[in-house]
Write a protein that binds this ligand. Structure first.
Ligand SMILES: [Zn+2]
Length: 260
């Protein structure tokens, strides 16, 4: 299994980052892609990847929540980071009209700029979309042909959005949202429609702790070692063999991100 999205630069991991990685390997993970989502986390994610070769990889980008921070200095630094061999994707970038931490105009500007950097670096993009499908899809469609690959991470949208992303040949990242018996009901139906070769799995740690974990961790903090719970939920709803699905999603991850 490979976790395509863990926010390991998050300060909730400061006290036990190495122990947490050991738990992940013990749980059967082969590798983790550490999400970069801000100027500071991009740097920290790369440092982690450098310290754990062939186990950790990183991304470099600016999350739509922080889109007001987009400027030429950051753009130049992300372009530089994108040339590092450990940095396997641009992003996390995209649009989030659910929380609206940054004005929509700023979000679109930062998103478009990062798609441009992905084309320049010839690397795939790690995408975030929440409550913004129409604008997000219109922008992505314009750039899609020039981008070597992309994943819509933490997909939680509806059938129409899923079909539109699949038509653009996007990979789809599924998180522990799928483990939620109530909130994840719609997603559990849609997960059945994702072609096996387009499916990726992720924890989005420390967020989105799978609700199916028994006993539930007291601190509510998610971590990569819980990825098997995500895999298990997806395998159950699809009627897939879990080991086969693990191998398939890991192969998908290696193909998209160029990890050998
Ligand atoms: Zn996200």
């Amino acid at each position: 299994m490979i976790d395509i999205g863990a926010n390991l630069a998050h300060d909730s991991f400061d006290a036990d980052r190495e122990a947490l990685l050991q738990r992940a390997w013990d749980a059967g993970l082969e590798a983790i892609i550490v999400t970069g989502s801000s100027a500071a986390s991009n740097e920290q994610a790369l440092q982690l990847a450098r310290a754990h070769p062939r186990r950790l990889y990183s991304t470099a980008g600016l999350h739509p929540h922080h889109a007001t921070e987009w400027d030429e200095t950051l753009a130049a630094r992300i372009a530089e980071l994108a040339r590092e061999p450990q940095v396997v994707a641009l992003g996390e970038c995209g649009l989030d009209y659910f929380r609206n931490h940054s004005p929509h105009e700023d979000q679109r500007r930062a998103f478009i700029a990062q798609l441009g950097l992905a084309i320049q670096a010839d690397k795939p993009v790690f995408l975030h979309q929440r409550d913004a499908h129409a604008d997000f899809h219109a922008i992505l469609r314009d750039y899609r042909r020039a981008i070597p690959g992309c994943v819509v991470h933490c997909f939680t949208d509806n059938a129409e959005a899923l079909d539109a992303y699949l038509a653009l040949d996007c990979y789809i990242g599924i998180t522990g949202w799928v483990c939620d018996e109530r909130r994840g009901l719609g997603l559990r139906e849609l997960v059945k429609r994702i072609p096996a070769e387009r499916l990726l799995i992720e924890t989005d740690a420390p967020y989105l702790l799978p609700r199916s974990i028994k006993p539930s961790p007291k601190d509510r903090r998610n971590e990569p070692a819980y990825l098997p719970w995500v895999l298990k939920a997806i395998a159950e709803v699809r009627g897939d063999d879990a080991a086969q699905l693990a191998a398939q999603t890991a192969a998908n991850t290696r193909r998209l991100f160029g990890i050998t």
